[in-house]
Design a binder for this molecule. Structure first.
Ligand SMILES: [Zn+2]
Length: 455
């Protein structure tokens, strides 16, 4: 193509703005110019735009010898995206590194940088964090996309807890003394459940003091007076209690029961027959029974803890079927029986929309209609989009374990997962499995999704 013969190509620029995020306006301008002038300016925008449109909160790019493979994290699951060739992929990374103030030529050492994203249509803003590090096969890049909007936490109703369970939980939270645990697997819904639980307490009638590590901010609830400690400097909550007691609180909330001394102190406070306090505390665990054992693993006094713990709330996140495209099917009677769903209770169960087998003719037709390959045709016109996944957003499976004397006894004498689970079941406790089946019967999620999250 000659110098004058160069055809002007109409390039579609995704409506998204990528901005630098340093304290210096001059520096930001320089970074943005470097990013804009990159030959991969448009592909870079396309990647970020697509990730945001598909509600990804993390993008991973793996640079190997010939190709750049990519994945999006959507509702807690990885989804592969189309690979890029190395030339485009390298230029995109160069542009992003320039924007985030990282060294583009450094491909081995770990680097981290920040940038800002603004959707030009919806006006939604995101904080972007990019980390890059050399690995055996080449370089791995992770881009985290976090909405800039302040977190607003939902109520127990909003997060999908059954009415009857809410009532039971509130009963424990109204108690004058004792310990109520809130637990979730690491990275799996703790913050939302913790804040929804605290929102449902009577914190307008009683005095609440919240204690948390200043490096791990979890609590965002009005009328809980927050006190922080510096965990990185070796401080622990138990050291603060003496001073905080002078304020005569009724309730202590601790987002993380981090050491034995804290657990023992909380047991002491909870057990006082006259001035006993209610303690609401967070633990990271896969289910309610495990949460109890996690506390004992801190080497706290099992006897004291068993006497004072009242209940454990646990959550497991599960993806919601997208209402626009979920597919009903008639479950065979044996399946309903296996799930413990009484005959006649549900007319249909639902599964996620499945992409049809490849068919070049159909795909050609769909392309003409403006439907990208792999997209879901059922929810393209109206209603929330599933992005070809069949699911959209997540909800919680909640489990509330109320501590009985049998469980207290076993916590001291036989603190083992299987023993405690058996006792809980015998006492009528409904675990994550049973609670999850309720969501399947309601058509909120699918059986395969339930099996995936509980495996
Ligand atoms: Zn769909």
């Amino acid at each position: 193509m000659g110098l004058f013969g160069k055809k002007k190509v109409q390039v579609f620029e995704p409506p998204i703005d990528l901005k630098a995020d340093s304290p210096s306006p001059a520096e930001n301008q320089q970074r943005e110019i470097a990013c804009r002038q990159s030959e991969a300016a448009v592909p870079t925008k396309e990647l970020v735009f697509d990730a945001v449109a598909r509600r990804a909160d993390r993008v991973m790019l793996d640079y190997s010898k010939d190709v750049v493979s990519g994945r999006y994290m959507i509702d807690g699951m990885w989804h592969n995206i189309d690979p890029r060739d190395r030339i485009t992929g390298d230029a995109m990374l160069m542009a992003l590194k320039c924007l985030a103030g990282m060294k583009p030529e450094e491909r081995r050492a770990r680097q981290e940088g920040k940038f800002l994203i603004e959707h030009e249509v919806t006006k939604v803003k995101f904080n972007g964090t990019i980390t890059s590090q050399g690995v055996k096969t080449g370089e791995r890049v992770i881009i985290d996309l976090a909405p800039k909007k302040k977190r607003v936490f939902k109520t127990l109703n909003d997060v999908g807890m059954r009415e009857a369970m809410q009532e039971k939980l509130r009963e424990h939270l109204r108690a004058e003394r004792g310990i109520v645990l809130v637990s979730a697997p690491p990275g799996g819904g703790f913050t939302t459940t913790w804040n929804a639980t605290l929102k449902s307490t009577d914190r307008l009638l009683r005095d609440f003091i919240g204690i948390e590590d200043e490096g791990k901010h979890e609590t965002d609830v009005e009328n809980v007076n927050m006190e922080t400690f510096n965990g990185a400097a070796g401080e622990t909550p138990d050291q603060m209690i003496k001073k905080l007691l002078l304020r005569q609180p009724d309730v202590f909330t601790l987002a993380d029961l981090c050491n034995a001394a804290t657990v023992n102190k909380m047991c002491e406070l909870a057990s006082d027959p006259n001035e006993g306090k209610l303690i609401v505390a967070g633990v990271r665990a896969k289910d309610a029974v495990e949460a109890l054992l996690r506390v004992l693993l801190l080497k706290a006094s099992a006897k004291e803890f068993a006497q004072n713990v009242r209940a454990v709330l646990n959550v497991r996140l599960v993806r919601r079927l997208n209402d626009t495209c979920k597919q009903p099917y008639q479950p065979p009677p044996q399946l309903l029986q296996k799930l413990g769903i009484p005959p006649g209770r549900v007319k249909a169960l639902y599964r996620e929309w499945q992409p049809p087998p490849p068919d070049p003719e159909r795909e050609k037709r769909e392309m003409k209609e403006g439907l990208p390959p792999g997209a879901c045709p059922l929810c393209r016109k109206e209603g929330p989009q599933c992005g070809g996944i069949g699911y959209r957003d997540r909800t919680g499976i909640f489990e509330l374990l109320e501590i009985t004397d049998q469980i207290r006894d076993a916590l001291v004498k036989q603190p083992k997962l299987e023993v405690l689970r058996k006792i809980a079941r015998a006492g009528g406790h409904r675990g994550l499995q049973e609670e999850g089946i309720v969501l399947v019967a309601q058509g909120t999620t699918s059986l395969t999704e339930l099996q995936r999250v509980l495996k």
